[in-house]
Design a protein around this ligand. Structure first.
Ligand code: HEC
Length: 186
């Protein structure tokens, strides 16, 4: 048995209460599949439903001026013909209540791919450089960012979308330094 499996099994034996997932895990040999299932169950138990954003949607709170600008910027499309009216277009991929669209996309991190991402699974070169569009719920708590953790802060992420987009095939960069200063009427 691999070292990590021994450690995990000992940990589970010592720590686990009798929930269905832990019983399942300790009752038998630890396998990668069971660990994946346990992790899935754990991840499904993490919910984010009561943020300020959720309160805003329920009309129970109001945004500050800065939050209003961010909301507008995030949700406004990029239009090359009207750059001064354009937003950052984040909602195109980070859509809906969970800020994701259940797809694999290229967000312009690299021009050549050290990690082929989705392409590694499908063996289709057109999928190289595509990664699962991540939910942005609780995003301030989950640094570092991107599949390889290359960005330590959200400021670095925004700066990437602002100025460092490497692959334009599926992506159009939209945030510009001047648009951050722009005031939106909301
Ligand atoms: C073309 C689709 C697309 C658009 C548009 C887009 N993103 Fe993303 N975003 C992605 C993908 C795909 C990932 C995951 C990349 C990875 O794992 O390497 C991602 C990752 C992120 C992450 C890191 C998530 C994590 O858990 O590591 C943040 C934060 C983020 N995007 C914010 C934004 C913001 C803000 C905008 C608007 C300026 C935006 N995104 C626009 C596709 C997009």
């Amino acid at each position: 048995m691999n070292h990590w499996k021994t450690l995990l099994q000992n940990y589970l034996k010592a720590k686990c209460t009798r929930t269905s997932s832990s019983e399942y895990l300790v009752s038998d040999e630890v396998t990668s599949e069971k660990v994946s299932l346990a992790l899935e169950q754990f991840m499904n138990s993490i919910t984010s439903t009561n943020s300020k954003y959720d309160e805003f949607l329920k009309d129970s709170t109001v945004f500050t001026a800065s939050e209003k600008r961010g909301f507008k910027l995030f949700n406004t499309e990029y239009n090359p013909f009207f750059p001064e009216l354009s937003g950052a277009d984040c909602q195109h991929c980070h859509s809906g209540l969970n800020f994701e669209n259940d797809q694999y996309m290229n967000n312009g991190l690299d021009a050549t791919f050290a990690d082929e991402g989705r392409g590694k699974a499908t063996q289709d070169p057109a999928d190289n450089g595509k990664f699962k569009v991540t939910s942005l719920r609780n995003i301030a708590l989950t640094a570092p960012y991107m599949h390889d953790g290359r960005f330590n802060t959200l400021e670095e992420v925004v700066e990437h979308y602002n100025s460092a987009i490497n692959s334009i095939i599926y992506f159009r960069s939209c945030i510009r330094a001047d648009s951050r200063e722009r005031t939106f009427s909301y």
